[in-house]
Design a protein around this ligand. Structure first.
Ligand SMILES: Cc1cc2nc3c(=O)[nH]c(=O)nc-3n(C[C@H](O)[C@H](O)[C@H](O)COP(=O)(O)O)c2cc1C
Length: 143
């Protein structure tokens, strides 16, 4: 199967509603599992960065729904590649959050600090992908 990878950044609509990220993750994990899409979502309370990977058609379909979602705006695609290795095969949607975020640890999410994120990433993650997450963290609001 040819795997495509898409990464975008966006800005959450403020103020962020209670339970918004939990609701997004619940939908994302269910739908992505049906579509054979996996990836990782980072959120610092202000901006999102999300990596989606899977069959091209499915990744683009999910991204089209995401673009139309009014819980965020200013969606900018920053990576679009095809014929790549899937990096997060076990993660229907992993999640990392900023230290100020209220989500508890566990259940497939972890705090958004550089060391902990790097440690939580699957060990074989492509250096270019790792670099993207590191870049996001270096400008993350709460990092
Ligand atoms: C930051 C963010 C990330 C999202 N990630 C996903 C995702 O990975 N997969 C997904 O199916 N929906 C995701 N969604 C939700 C979609 O925007 C959309 O609400 C959902 O797919 C349902 O779409 P539908 O009503 O067209 O079926 C995300 C939304 C936001 C705001």
């Amino acid at each position: 199967m040819t795997v495509s990878r898409l990464v975008y950044i966006s800005r959450a609509r403020q103020p962020v509603a209670d339970g918004m990220v939990e609701a997004i993750l619940e939908t994302a994990r269910t739908k992505n599992a049906e579509r054979n899409v996996t990836g990782l979502l980072l959120f610092d309370g202000m901006n999102f960065m999300q990596l989606l990977e899977g069959p091209t058609y499915e990744v683009e379909a999910v991204f089209n729904a995401i673009i139309a979602d009014d819980r965020h705006s200013d969606v900018v695609r920053i990576v679009s590649e095809t014929g790549v290795q899937r990096q997060f095969p076990g993660w229907s949607m992993g999640y990392a959050f900023a230290p100020g975020d209220r989500l508890p640890e566990g259940k497939g999410w972890f705090p958004l600090t550089n060391g902990s994120l790097q440690a939580a990433l699957p060990s074989k993650v492509d250096p270019a992908v790792r670099m993207l997450f590191t870049s996001f963290l270096s400008v993350a609001r709460a990092a």
